[in-house]
Design a binder for this molecule. Structure first.
Ligand SMILES: Nc1ncnc2c1ncn2[C@@H]1O[C@H](COP(=O)(O)OP(=O)(O)O)[C@@H](O)[C@H]1O
Ligand SMILES: [Mg+2]
Length: 201
């Protein structure tokens, strides 16, 4: 089957093969080979594991399997990348997406999953489902600090990519997050502190 390269990222090459996506972690010349090998293997395993764990926590993720040490094969999600579509959506749809984002992050954090790269490039909307992808920088952590950092990344991503609508988006994301995740107040307190640290640096 022909390989259509979708993206050549910093870490991985993404191909489409029919109804599947192949994510292959490529060699980084600047790393010592043994360490490079180790990192690529670890992140591949981690990403497949977290996609699975996230699904069990109630978040929609593509079905995925490890093909070899550096390669994940997963279902191709034939939807819209949130990054590309959000700004042009009607307001009611934006609100709906914001609620879905808040809900997804609440489910992850309630299951002690920290995504590590919560941007709208890593969210795909298909019908009524919001798929989360790209868990290669994620981890399992119960720490409030890690969850607050995860949210802060999302906050910065929303401001930088969806500036015009960021205030309303963020309000709805956080309202939903608070509603769906019982430890959210602690995370939000830490989130505010991270914001202050940034401002006074
Ligand atoms: N399962 C998938 N279905 C559809 N598109 C995908 C899928 N996985 C990745 N992509 C596309 O490839 C891009 C890069 O994949 P991602 O896992 O985010 O890799 P990177 O670590 O390089 O950001 C995504 O932003 C998305 O456009
Ligand atoms: Mg990505």
């Amino acid at each position: 089957m022909p390989k259509d390269i979708i993206q050549r990222g910093a870490e991985a090459v993404i191909y489409r093969e029919g109804s599947h996506i192949i994510k292959e972690r490529v060699k980084k010349g600047y790393r010592i080979p043994a360490i490079d090998d180790e990192i690529r293997k670890r992140r591949t395993k981690l990403e497949a594991r977290l996609l699975e764990k996230a699904r069990r926590s109630g978040v929609t993720t593509p079905n995925a399997e490890i093909k070899d040490s550096y390669v994940i094969k997963m279902d191709y999600i034939d939807g819209d990348k949130v990054k590309e579509k959000l700004n042009g959506m009607p307001k009611s749809m934006q609100e709906k997406v914001a609620r879905k984002i808040g809900e997804a992050v609440a489910s992850l954090h309630a299951a002690d999953i920290v995504h590590g790269d919560l941007t709208t490039s890593n969210m795909i909307l298909k019908g009524n489902d919001l798929y989360l992808i790209d868990f290669g920088l994620g981890k399992v952590s119960h720490k409030v600090e890690d969850k607050a950092t995860d949210l802060f990344l999302l906050y910065e991503a929303i401001i930088s990519t969806h500036y015009e609508i960021s205030e309303q988006m963020w309000k709805t994301i956080i309202n939903t997050y608070m509603l769906k995740y019982s430890t959210a107040p602690e995370v939000m307190t830490r989130f505010e502190r991270i914001g202050q640290r940034r401002r006074y640096k």
